[in-house]
Design a protein around this ligand. Structure first.
Ligand code: DC
Length: 233
């Protein structure tokens, strides 16, 4: 069976990470959450009091940042490590990270720094990567590109539930405002804005269950991995 690259892009909190994780697990591929990498860089800059509005200072700080992923067998989940320290929880719940990550990810030096690492991770293929520019910039030749969307109200409710599960109290209005601000910044930035690649397949999952969505995507994967068998079926 041939190994392929699966690129999943889409707006904040549209369930792309859950889809990417479930998919990677089912087909035994590596999974890379590139949003976690931008969040990790943001956390580093905040912790080290580096002014995110000074791109030259940010660029100078980048060589000191090492990001890796570790699988936790107990929770069956992936943890993000920043210079060896587990920051998974922090990058998900710290509102300062959510509030600054769009600014940080608009800095070209940050994008160059992370895109290079992401491309290296996909060299052997057999990978599911999710983000905003995976099908357009990181892997423009990916064999399967998905663009996941969901209505903003649905996404805000999902994010609110996720934060509540992590013990973070906030309001629906606050979550929706942050989400819309990030959508608008991610789509309008000059360097690698979030957009659907011309050859990406769009999935709106507002009214789609997780398992139906996975089934649909598995069929698409199957067609790419095993084109002859798929055409006979
Ligand atoms: O997927 P996420 O919400 O964890 O991503 C956090 C931020 O990182 C998001 O606001 C945009 C940015 N990002 C990006 O610019 N490019 C990527 N490939 C992934 C994320």
């Amino acid at each position: 069976m041939k190994n392929i690259i699966i690129a999943i892009d889409g707006y904040s909190s549209c369930g792309k990470s859950t889809l990417a994780k479930d998919l990677a697990k089912t087909i035994q591929y590596h999974y890379v959450d590139t949003g976690a990498m931008y969040r990790a860089v943001t956390l580093y800059l905040l912790q080290n009091h580096i002014d995110i509005y000074h791109p030259e200072m940010v660029e100078q700080a980048l060589p000191a940042i090492s990001i890796s992923f570790a699988y936790n067998a107990d929770t069956q989940s992936q943890n993000t490590l920043l210079n060896g320290e587990n920051i998974e929880h922090e990058i998900r719940v710290n509102p300062r990270v959510a509030g600054s990550v769009s600014e940080v990810s608009a800095i070209s030096a940050v994008r160059r720094f992370l895109v290079q690492q992401q491309q290296a991770m996909g060299q052997k293929k057999g990978i599911v990567m999710d983000g905003r520019d995976i099908g357009t910039v990181v892997f423009p030749d990916a064999e399967l590109k998905l663009f996941v969307t969901a209505d903003p109200q649905v996404r805000a409710q999902r994010r609110l539930d996720e934060l509540a599960e992590k013990g973070q109290q906030t309001t629906f209005e606050e979550v929706l405002a942050n989400l819309e601000k990030r959508d608008s910044m991610d789509s309008s930035r000059t360097d690698s804005p979030l957009k659907k690649a011309a050859d990406a397949i769009e999935i709106n999952n507002s009214h789609l269950s997780k398992s139906d969505q996975l089934k649909l995507v598995l069929q698409l994967v199957h067609e790419r991995i095993n084109p002859i068998a798929s055409s006979i079926e």
